[in-house]
Ligand binder design. Structure first.
Ligand code: NCD
Length: 306
């Protein structure tokens, strides 16, 4: 029997596998008809114990565009979790009813536990402040489409680097490409966690920290903005004090490279002013679209079909 693959952390995929997924996603964009019935009679379960718009909808749209079906729930309150069912029991159930599972959970490590009990592939769609590998695939696809490469880039990561799981997974992915430099832009209290700094140092990656977005701007090829993660704060006062630490305004882009791209996993709250949206460098809505194509490629890969 073929070994079951799960995607819990982005490093569960090799660089070759990531590049393969990007190739398949490129082909899906060019030849959508070739894929429209490929998953007929297959079912994706989306188990979302935490709120989501893009991740859940793009997984749903991805499976629909492959001709498959989707079932699941979009909040813990509407599942038997509300009655006290454990994650592992819920997963065993979902394994009975589906061919593949995408799961989001507020607790770090929950998708790992799920994978240990599942009889079908489990994809981590975000676990607490930990990781978010499919957002990273989305981000890599976006950078590939916009910059034509994944190496040789200076990437500014701005906002909540402490709790922002998208940042953690993106770093883990990008350190594996050549000549990538990072500029960390955050308030001190929302600095990158120590274990992520260790990853950067262990990989010998060039990186620095600054408290000023303006100062970092001119050297960036990619500016990755993030939301301050309200739901991970222990007290509201801290959140209120930190939430507007960095706001990207159109005027600030005057000092940016002409071909820099502004990314954001979304949802945005205040951190990108709406007057940035029609600047040609604003890439976040395009990024959300790329999330559908790369998830189509991922579903096919995890089902052993591509
Ligand atoms: C992100 C997440 O859930 O971590 N959103 C997403 O999946 N696109 C970012 C966020 O919520 O700030």
């Amino acid at each position: 029997m073929k070994e079951l693959r799960h995607l819990i952390n982005i490093t569960d995929l090799t660089v070759d596998e990531i590049n393969h997924l990007i190739e398949v996603a490129d082909d899906i964009i060019d030849n959508p008809e070739a894929y429209q019935d490929i998953c007929a009679h297959k079912k994706l379960a989306t188990l979302f114990f935490e709120p989501s718009t893009r991740t859940r909808l793009s997984f749903t749209a991805a499976m629909m565009e492959l001709g498959g079906n989707v079932l699941g729930f979009d909040q813990a309150a509407s599942s038997s979790t509300a009655k006290g069912e454990s994650v592992s029991d819920t997963i065993v159930m979902a394994s009975c009813y589906s061919d593949i599972i995408a799961m989001r959970h507020p607790k770090e490590g929950a998708p790992f536990v799920a994978a240990n009990h599942a009889e079908v592939p489990v994809i981590n769609a975000g676990d607490g402040g930990h990781f978010h590998p499919t957002q990273t695939l989305t981000d890599l696809m976006t950078i590939h489409r916009k910059k034509g490469k994944l190496g040789g880039l200076t990437i500014g990561l701005c906002g909540d680097l402490k709790f922002g799981r998208t940042v953690h997974s993106l770093i883990e992915a990008m350190v594996r490409y050549d000549d990538v430099k990072f500029v960390m832009i955050s308030p001190e209290e929302l600095d990158l966690p120590g274990y992520m700094k260790e990853t950067l140092d262990a990989e010998g990656v060039e990186w620095k920290e600054t408290r000023s977005l303006e100062e970092a701007m001119p050297e960036l090829d990619v500016l990755y903005m993030t939301r301050v993660q309200k739901e991970r704060f222990f007290n509201e006062e801290d959140y209120i004090r930190l939430k507007d630490s960095f706001i990207l305004r159109r005027k600030m882009l005057e000092d940016a490279k002409e071909d820099m791209i502004v990314m954001h996993p979304l949802p945005r709250v205040n951190e990108i002013s709406v007057d940035v949206d029609d600047d040609p460098r604003a890439t976040y809505f395009f990024q959300a679209l790329m999330g559908k194509y790369i998830r189509m490629a991922l579903i096919l890969f995890m089902l052993g079909m591509k």
